[in-house]
Design a protein around this ligand. Structure first.
Ligand code: TNX
Length: 531
């Protein structure tokens, strides 16, 4: 029996773990040499900060175990998540066990460390040798992100929904990786069309695979109110009853919403709820006549015009309504932010709009949360800890920065996922902001997009999917993929590694992964997709 000592830094101490070669027979049995395309450490999206390849491979077999940090419930949960993800296509039920002492050869190990502060930014280190896979992170979030890297290092059919009889090899090498920006988000408009919890969870899983960490839900608009508010029940029973084009709408009960929030949180994704106000409020105004200045409720709205509705900013009841709504949603929100919309309130006098935003910002603070608004809110007195979401007017974003606030970058001409890829897409999508090809979605940097808005002013990137024309889960896939991969890389990877010609080759290797995940992606001819 041959023993090798592997030194692993654990809680600052060097702990010698003996890798036991007695289980050597589990390596390299039935090995089928995978094609170079299947097995490369250089195909990860988003691109890791540091990668080195050593040209060998580690094989997962039905004898592999996942060892985890002793005494950490979170790491145990992440180990179990990895085991479950691998079980579907391998058919192996990899046991998850706490590491006590030796790490036997042939296994995967997930440990917490504290010797690398850069890894605090959701970072991780991964060492793969032919004897083991060692994933280390300073936080559970970092380990969760690293688990996605392990998944991407396996052959694409690891994402199949049925058992595949192939050899499950991982290329050997080292990765050290962490996030550039703390905010890497997708917004889903569930107001224009409603999407059931299962569709939202599917998106959460897709986002997690590419290390995204914020899901912004646009929960109300002219066409629908989509979250149950117990103190104002008509918002959903009436205001949630329809959608763009008419027909039945839908809404989340508070229990369903909490389940979505918890599901996201188990994937280290924060849900940001948005109730758009004072404009984009026809569904609320139709639900309660008392919210209207003239006390007459308008009809429900199923068209796609914007900018015609507004809450009655002079009525005290309006602010009671908002305090109730924000109070209820804040209680369902573990994350620090509540989004109040604030865009396109074109029917209001500027002074009324400003006074409204100031007052709503105070309500958000009084519920213990920080406000986010579309950049339009910058004309009010926004607080330093508020965020402004840039979508079309760089000057408003700069006004927010001069107030000390930071920016979420969502410029329409680069990130609006409802925008068609090109003029030949005729069935779904919009084109008011131009077209966004796969290259155009990727080939820019948020830190030098608008002069005067630098990296230091920005928390990150968010790509919104407005759903006026988006009806099914398959439509969602088609508009989001493959552009999401570019946004994930813009937010996560170092700007110095940004290179379309290199990225498009990596992106091509993700085609079979997206297909294995049954994602209906747009097979753009800008990319040479691997089969
Ligand atoms: C603008 S961006 C909107 C949305 C529309 C979208 C369609 C923003 C803050 N408002 O209400 O759905 O364009 O692309």
């Amino acid at each position: 029996m041959k023993n090798t000592t592997v030194k692993i830094k654990k809680y600052g101490k060097l702990v010698a773990l003996v890798v036991c070669f007695t289980q050597l027979q589990f390596c390299h049995t039935d090995k089928v040499t995978p094609s170079a395309q299947q097995l490369s450490i250089n195909n990860i999206i988003p691109k890791p900060v540091e990668v080195s390849s050593t040209g060998d491979s580690f094989q997962i077999t039905n004898a592999t175990k996942i060892y985890v940090q002793p005494g950490s419930k979170d790491v145990l949960t992440i180990g179990t998540y990895l085991s479950e993800k691998l079980q579907v296509a391998t058919g192996f039920g990899l046991p998850v066990v706490e590491l006590n002492g030796m790490l036997p050869r042939g296994n995967i190990c997930l440990l917490l460390i504290n010797d690398d502060p850069q890894l605090d930014n959701e970072g991780y280190r991964l060492s793969i040798v032919d004897g083991f896979v060692l994933l280390e992170g300073t936080t559970a979030a970092g380990l969760f992100r690293g688990v996605q890297t392990i998944r991407q290092l396996l052959p694409p059919s690891i994402e199949s929904s049925t058992v595949q009889n192939i050899s499950w090899d991982i290329p050997t090498g080292k990765i050290r990786d962490y996030a550039t920006y703390p905010w890497r988000g997708i917004m889903l408009d569930v107001a224009r069309h409603f999407f059931p919890p299962a569709t939202v969870k599917r998106l959460i899983d897709q986002m997690a695979y590419y290390k995204m960490n914020v899901l912004h839900l646009h929960l109300s608009d002219d066409q629908g109110w989509r979250l149950e508010i117990k103190s104002w029940p008509n918002l959903t029973t009436l205001g949630g009853s329809t959608k763009v084009g008419g027909g039945s709408g839908g809404f989340y009960t508070q229990a369903e919403y909490t389940d979505i929030v918890n599901y996201a949180s188990s994937r280290y994704i924060t849900v940001v709820p948005e109730f758009d106000m004072p404009g984009h409020t026809n569904a609320a105004l139709a639900s309660y006549a008392s919210l209207n200045c003239n006390n007459i409720a308008p009809a429900l709205y199923t068209g796609t015009t914007v900018g015609f509705s507004a809450l009655c900013t002079s009525k005290p009841l309006t602010y009671q309504f908002i305090a109730d709504v924000i109070g209820e949603v804040a209680a369902l929100t573990p994350g620090p932010y509540i989004h109040i919309g604030g865009d396109e309130a074109s029917t209001l006098e500027s002074s009324n709009y400003i006074q409204f935003v100031n007052q709503v910002q105070d309500i958000v603070s009084s519920k213990g949360k920080q406000m986010i608004g579309w950049e339009d809110v910058a004309v009010a007195n926004i607080q330093k800890n508020s965020l402004a979401q840039h979508w079309h007017d760089g000057n408003k974003a700069k006004t927010a920065i001069s107030a000390g606030a930071k920016i979420i970058m969502s410029p329409a001409q680069r990130t609006y996922l409802d925008t068609k890829y090109n003029s030949s897409i005729t069935t779904i999508g919009t084109s008011w902001a131009g077209y966004i090809s796969v290259q155009s979605a990727y080939d820019w940097q948020i830190g030098n997009f608008i002069s005067g808005i630098g990296k230091e002013n920005i928390v990150g990137i968010e790509a919104p999917l407005w759903t006026e024309t988006i009806v099914t889960s398959s439509d969602i896939d088609y508009m989001i993929f493959p552009r999401l991969l570019g946004y994930s890389e813009i937010g996560w990877s170092s700007e110095s590694t940004h290179d379309w010609n290199e990225y498009k080759i990596r992106l091509g290797t993700h085609g079979p992964r997206l297909s294995a995940m049954a994602i209906n992606f747009f097979p753009s001819d800008e990319v040479d997709w691997s089969k």
